[in-house]
Design a protein around this ligand. Structure first.
Ligand code: HMG
Ligand code: MG
Length: 301
């Protein structure tokens, strides 16, 4: 299969990246991160979550973050919503695109959102209805697509069933999440091959955590499978509070560098992105998780 001319990068750093941070991060720093990402040319930014602050305290200030950011026309600013309450809070904060999240493993579903996979899908129905009424677009996630921290191996057919259920209920795109970051390029190709029998490839996205250092290879495997949307996190921030030991998403800078090398257009400025990632890494007092960013910054001296 030939590679696409364009790819859409979904920046999940402000949400997936920061949600796991134990130290409180100020609204000002979160707003600055989103604004920096807008300036770098990201066309899609996941800004926060309208989940229970008891479950994920760091996302508690998401409404304030939405109120503070400078939204640029043509850029999507999205938020996670686990239930109707979250959707309504998101709507009240002016959010025009939400993401619902299900899992391919029952144990992870229970740990992450305190219900079974079937119950989670039922919970999403009223969100879909309300979203249609308000003209809000809904993206879907399936977690643990290449392994579960509690159940181990996950059957690609099970991923396909959950992805199809999300697509059938109206999610315009379904992002397949290797939450644990253990998947390989071979697993990734088999996964997209299986799931695309149920959901068209142009409606699928890849979301790879980099725990085992395979995420960039998995992005490339996704490209070879005809996938054109990838989630990534500036400076490789992040992890999921309910997937212990899992590290951040593949770094956006690294994915961008890969795409540039392949001649694939993304609309993102690498230098600005590197600066955005370094700024938030400094705020967190953490080494920048992007190899490309570290190399570029070292070269500058
Ligand atoms: P629950 O305890 O079963 O919910 O949690 P509940 O309906 O029984 O409500 C319990 C309390 O939470 C009540 O408050 C509700 O009002 C409140 P209380 O009466 O005790 O004071 N509540 C809420 N508060 C704010 N916003 C809401 C909301 N809903 C209820 N929306 C629930 C169920 C889903 C709420 C909880 O489990 C939760 O918030 N989970 C979120 C977990 C999460 O955010 N995980 C990380 C994101 S997923 C991820 O990272 C994976 C991904 O990146 C892809 C990948 O990598 O695979 C997307
Ligand atoms: Mg994730």
């Amino acid at each position: 299969m030939s590679l696409p001319a364009q790819v859409r990068l979904v920046e999940v750093g402000p949400r997936d990246g920061l949600q796991n941070e134990a130290q409180p991060i100020s609204v000002i720093d979160k707003v600055r991160l989103v604004d920096d990402l807008t300036e770098a040319g990201m066309s899609y930014i996941e800004v926060g979550s309208f989940v229970s602050p008891k479950w994920v305290p760091q996302m508690g200030g998401s409404a304030e973050v939405f109120a503070g950011i400078a939204q640029r026309a043509g850029v999507t600013y999205a938020a996670l919503a686990p239930n109707l309450r979250g959707f309504e809070d998101a709507l009240a904060a002016g959010v025009r695109e939400v993401a619902v999240f299900a899992a391919a493993s029952e144990a992870f579903s229970q740990r992450n959102i305190n219900c079974s996979i079937a119950q989670s899908l039922e919970r999403f129905e009223p969100i879909m209805d309300a979203a249609r009424q308000h003209g809000v677009r809904v993206r879907g996630y399936v977690s643990c697509v290449l392994g579960c921290p509690y159940e181990g191996q996950v059957d690609p057919q099970q991923v396909a069933r959950v992805a199809r259920a999300l697509h059938d209920m109206g999610c315009y795109e379904v992002s397949l999440g290797d939450t644990l970051g253990t998947g390989t390029a071979g697993d990734t190709r088999r996964l997209f091959d299986t799931v695309s029998a149920q959901v068209p490839r142009e409606r699928l996205a890849g979301h790879f955590h980099d725990t085992y250092g395979q995420a960039l290879a998995n992005v490339y495997a996704g490209l070879l499978e005809g996938i054109q949307v990838f989630d990534s996190s500036v400076a490789g921030l992040g992890g999921c509070p309910y997937a212990k030991g899992a590290t951040g998403n593949v770094a956006t800078e690294d994915v961008l560098y890969l795409m540039q090398g392949l001649g694939i257009e993304t609309g993102v400025d690498l230098d600005r992105l590197v600066a955005a990632g370094q700024r938030i890494s400094d705020v967190l007092g953490r080494q920048n998780g992007s190899r490309v960013a570290r190399a570029r910054l070292a070269a500058k001296g």
